[in-house]
Design a protein around this ligand. Structure first.
Ligand code: GLA
Length: 343
């Protein structure tokens, strides 16, 4: 990708302040780990890590959590670190091979566990605070590996890359096979909302890993799913493999179509593709919940809403809606924002 994606990390001793945004995915879920297309945007909610570099410990307090992360460097087993929230930060320190420490605190406006990438925002902010000086793709991949090491969840790269490479006023079309990032302007007459139906997320880690494994099994039979032959997918014997593969294949087409529609200012079409995406995630991929389905239907009944869908891994979390700015959406409006930075 271009230099635009390079994250400006300047490792100096002394005080640091690193910020990384959360993201909302407009369309393209459960495609990144199969090398497919995604269209997330970094939002104006984010995580800030402030502190003083030095010493040989990573010590972070977090607003909202009582327990302090206090771990010696280098970190060798981030999954064993307590408290749980600190594993993401410890994972980043482990992947960086950090030996020089940080003593500071974490504040965040990204709701935890809502599918808005609070964990990716924390990882990217910690990496910058610890002095990572990497192009956005490498920073994101390091943070993705950190998350898997810390939690065991075999996540894709979308969340971390969006947080690292966000462009103000734009969503990012990411080809997760090549890691090419193409900013797509979000038109001024389009507003994006996130709506929390208030359902707790459950079983995300194991169900996520199971979905990924099923997709990988299907890809062994029909080739890389984003480009697989639809007829070959439809002739898979196993109905579960067939449905999961169909979702990934058709979702990539929808992302492509939605990026083109957004660029052309065709919000009706972009919204329609979001609705189709939700239905595919609900039926073929089976990661929706009754609460998410209800929230989508309620949003679609509101005047001025072009489309709505679950966003992120599913199994709970938030719904994203694309609407006219004057639509009366019962949620939080989010704005397409710049990516991570030291400041
Ligand atoms: C989570 C993962 C991402 C992606 C989404 C589903 O957010 O971290 O890599 O797979 O789920 O699209």
């Amino acid at each position: 990708m271009s230099d635009r994606g390079a994250v400006d990390g300047v490792a100096r001793p002394g005080d640091v302040r690193a910020y990384a945004p959360g993201r909302v995915n407009l369309i393209g879920d459960h495609t990144d780990y199969m090398g497919g297309l995604v269209l997330p945007m970094a939002v104006d909610l984010g995580t800030t890590v402030t502190g003083r570099r030095g010493g040989h410990r990573l010590r972070l307090r977090s607003e909202g959590f009582d327990d302090v992360l206090d771990v010696g460097l280098p970190v060798t087993d981030p999954a064993a670190v307590t408290p749980g929230w600190g594993r993401y930060a410890a994972g980043v320190a482990a992947e960086l091979g950090a030996e020089s420490g940080l003593d500071g605190s974490v504040t965040s406006t990204v709701p935890a566990g809502g599918g808005l990438s609070s964990s990716a925002a924390l990882e990217v902010a910690v990496a910058l605070a610890l002095g990572a000086e990497l192009p956005a793709v490498e920073l994101a991949d390091l943070c993705r590996r950190a998350e898997t090491a810390a939690t065991g969840v075999p996540c894709g790269i979308m969340d971390q890359l969006c947080s690292a490479a966000g462009v103000e006023g734009h969503a990012l079309l990411i080809d997760c096979a090549t890691l090419d990032v193409t900013p797509v302007r979000v038109p001024d007459d389009a507003a994006v909302w996130v709506v929390d139906p208030g359902e707790p997320r459950a079983l995300v880690g194991s169900a996520y890993a199971e979905r990924r494994a099923t997709c990988e099994a299907a890809a062994l039979l029909v080739g890389p799913l984003p480009r697989a032959d639809i007829a070959a997918i439809e002739s898979l014997d196993d109905p579960v493999l067939r449905a999961r593969a169909r979702h990934v294949r058709t979702e990539c087409d929808r992302v492509h179509g939605a990026a083109a529609a957004l660029a052309a200012g065709d919000l009706e079409r972009a919204g329609q593709l979001m609705v189709e995406s939700h239905r595919s995630l609900a039926t073929d991929f089976e990661v929706s919940t009754p609460g998410l389905d209800r929230a989508v239907e309620q949003l679609l009944a509101i005047d001025g809403v072009y489309g709505a869908r679950l966003t992120g891994a599913g199994f709970g979390g938030n719904v994203v809606a694309l609407a006219r700015p004057d639509a009366e959406v019962p949620g939080r409006r989010v704005r397409p924002s710049a990516g991570a930075r030291l400041r």
